[in-house]
Ligand binder design. Structure first.
Ligand code: BGC
Length: 248
């Protein structure tokens, strides 16, 4: 079965039909730039452009970089325009897409759902935590494969700061940190998350998962196993489509 997935991020809106048996994109994805400011209307236009490009007429799953309740309601917007807060994103996207059935979920939750089914978390029991390091830090917590949604561990406090402001990959760029300096911060962050949850496994996702060889070996003192995500850039699209499959 194929379902359409869209990943809405701070820099791009990416989408493609997903082959749900393989857990992979069925066609090459299309990316359009996220408008700035990333307002609901501007983002909805980008989503329409991506979906229309494929002539898609079925269910659509979308990720959002903030808390999303009930598959629809946006509750936080740390890295996109604040006017998203309390927007009914399902109504917005369904309206813009001519009535197509739509479901929306947090971006890290979507990536986690995909990794647990098709990637680094396959068949893993116990507590598994996926963390995405990008513009912010996203989190997805699983217990015996079941998602605890909207955990927002990127906003834990680290050394008196919002953790994602210290340890995201944007923080690495903003503060021009070497891999070693950045890895020290990530290690401190992981130690804090480990203290709270004692997971069996950490899956490291987001853009940096492609560069795992640059920093995974620098992390030590963490008891949990630490592995890079496997679906990398497509995890959000695949996870969004998996969730939308439940609409059929
Ligand atoms: C948001 C999360 C999101 C993460 C990654 C954070 O700032 O609060 O909801 O998952 O960024 O995009």
């Amino acid at each position: 079965m194929q379902i359409f997935g869209v990943d809405i991020g701070g820099s791009g809106i990416k989408g493609a039909p997903v082959d749900l048996d393989k857990g992979d994109l069925a066609q090459e994805r299309l990316k359009v730039l996220t408008p700035h400011p990333a307002t609901p209307d501007g983002v909805a236009d980008g989503v329409k452009q991506v979906v229309d490009h494929f002539g898609w007429t079925g269910p659509v799953g979308l990720t959002f970089p903030g808390v999303v309740t009930g598959g629809a309601m946006i509750r936080t917007a740390a890295n996109v325009d604040k006017s998203w807060i309390d927007t009914d994103a399902r109504a917005l996207f369904t309206g813009r897409l001519g009535g197509l059935p739509v479901v929306v979920l947090n971006d890290a939750d979507a990536a986690g759902v995909a990794e647990m089914q098709f990637g680094a978390g396959r068949d893993r029991k116990g507590t598994v935590i996926l963390l995405t390091f990008g513009t912010g830090i996203g989190s997805a917590v699983f217990v015996d494969g079941a998602l605890v949604p909207n955990t927002e561990l990127g906003h834990l406090e680290l050394g008196g700061h919002d953790a994602e402001k210290r340890a995201s990959s944007k923080a690495k760029e903003d503060h021009e940190l070497s891999w070693e300096r950045w890895a020290q911060r990530v290690q401190k962050y992981l130690a804090h998350v480990e203290m709270l949850f004692s997971p069996e496994l950490f899956i490291i996702g987001g853009g940096v998962s492609r560069k795992a060889d640059k920093f995974l070996h620098l992390l030590d003192g963490i008891k949990a196993e630490i592995v890079p995500a496997q679906l990398q850039n497509n995890a959000g699209i695949v996870g969004a489509a998996m969730r939308a499959a439940q609409l059929t």
